[in-house]
Ligand binder design. Structure first.
Ligand code: SAH
Length: 248
C-alpha cells in the first residue's frame, strides 16, 4: 500500500496545492503516495455548519469544537488505521528530519489543520492527537504546516528522488548542516571554485566537505552539535515521552 495522508481542514481546496507540482506531483500521479483532504465543516453543527465557538473563560478569537473535530476524525478513520494522528500546532514537538524519516517509513498520517485560536484541548486527548510544530512562529492555519510536513515525507518515499539525490548527505541527516555547493563556471565574478573540488581526489573532497559541514554547523547551529536529539524520530510515531537529558 502506498503512503497515504488524510488531511482534515476547513480549506480542502488548498490541497494538493504545491504538492501537485514537481517531484511530489509526479509521485502523486504515479501513485507512490495519495492524499485525501476532508472538510471539517461537513461535520459542523446546524444549518450554518458551525465548527467553532467562543473560548470558555472568555477572551479573543474562536476555538474549533471538540465534538465537530472528533466527528471529522472518526469519519476519516478507516478500519485498522495505524497511521499516527497529528495535529499541526505551534505548541507541538518541533518537526525534525528524523521525525520526517520515521513518518515516511510508516503507512502515512492523518493530519489535522487547526484554525482560529486552535482546537478544544479535549479532542487532542480524546483522539490521541500528537501535536507537531514546523517552527517557532504563528501561521494563520495548519494547512501550510501540513503541506510542509507532507512534502518533507513524500520526497523520501522510494523512487521519488533520483538515486543521485538520495538525501543522505543533506542538512540534518547526519546531525550537520550541508557543505557548500558549486557548479560551472569555474570562475564567476572573480570567485573561483575551491581548488580541492577540482582535484579529482575523492578522499580529499570528502574530507573538505566534512570539515565545511562541521564549520558551518558550529558557526550557525551549534545546538545541532549538542547531542543525539535529532537522530530519533520515534516520539512522533509512538507518542512516547522524549528521554532527552535536560529537556522534555
Ligand atoms: N493560538 C495558537 C495559535 C493558533 S494559529 C497559539 O498561540 O498557540 C492557528 C492554527 O495554525 C493552529 O491551530 C495550527 O494548526 C496552525 N499553526 C500555526 N502555527 C503553526 C506552527 N508553527 N506549526 C504548526 N502549525 C501551526
Amino acid at each position: 500500500m502506498s503512503w497515504s495522508a488524510t488531511v482534515l481542514t476547513l480549506y480542502p481546496e488548498m490541497f494538493p496545492g504545491p504538492l501537485g507540482q514537481s517531484l511530489s506531483g509526479k509521485a502523486l500521479e504515479r501513485g507512490t503516495w495519495s492524499f485525501e483532504a476532508r472538510n471539517i465543516r461537513d461535520h459542523g453543527i446546524g444549518v450554518h455548519r458551525a465548527v467553532d465557538d467562543t473560548p470558555a473563560g472568555g477572551g479573543a478569537g474562536m476555538v474549533l469544537r471538540a465534538d465537530v473535530l472528533a466527528a471529522a476524525i472518526d469519519a476519516a478513520t478507516v478500519s485498522d488505521d495505524e497511521r499516527p494522528r497529528l495535529l499541526m500546532s505551534p505548541r507541538g514537538r518541533p518537526l525534525k528530519q528524523a521525525d520526517v524519516r520515521a513518518l515516511a517509513e510508516g503507512p502515512g498520517a492523518m493530519i489535522v489543520c487547526g484554525r482560529f485560536e486552535g482546537v478544544d484541548e479535549r479532542v487532542i486527548e480524546g483522539r490521541g492527537l500528537r501535536e507537531v510544530s514546523i517552527g517557532d512562529y504563528i501561521l494563520s492555519g495548519g494547512e501550510l504546516a501540513a503541506m510542509v510536513l507532507m512534502d518533507a515525507c513524500v520526497r523520501l518515499l522510494p523512487g521519488v528522488m533520483g538515486k543521485f539525490e538520495s538525501g543522505e548527505d543533506e542538512s540534518f541527516e547526519g546531525g550537520l548542516l550541508e557543505y557548500p555547493h558549486y557548479t560551472r563556471p569555474a570562475e564567476w565574478e572573480g570567485r573561483p571554485i575551491p581548488a580541492t573540488l577540482g582535484s579529482g581526489h575523492h578522499a580529499k573532497i570528502a574530507a573538505w566537505r566534512r570539515s565545511e559541514a562541521e564549520r558551518l554547523t558550529r558557526d550557525r547551529r551549534p545546538d545541532l552539535l549538542g547531542g543525539p536529539d535529532l537522530l530519533t524520530g520515534a516520539d512522533l510515531l509512538t507518542g512516547a515521552e522524549s528521554k532527552r537529558p535536560g529537556g522534555k
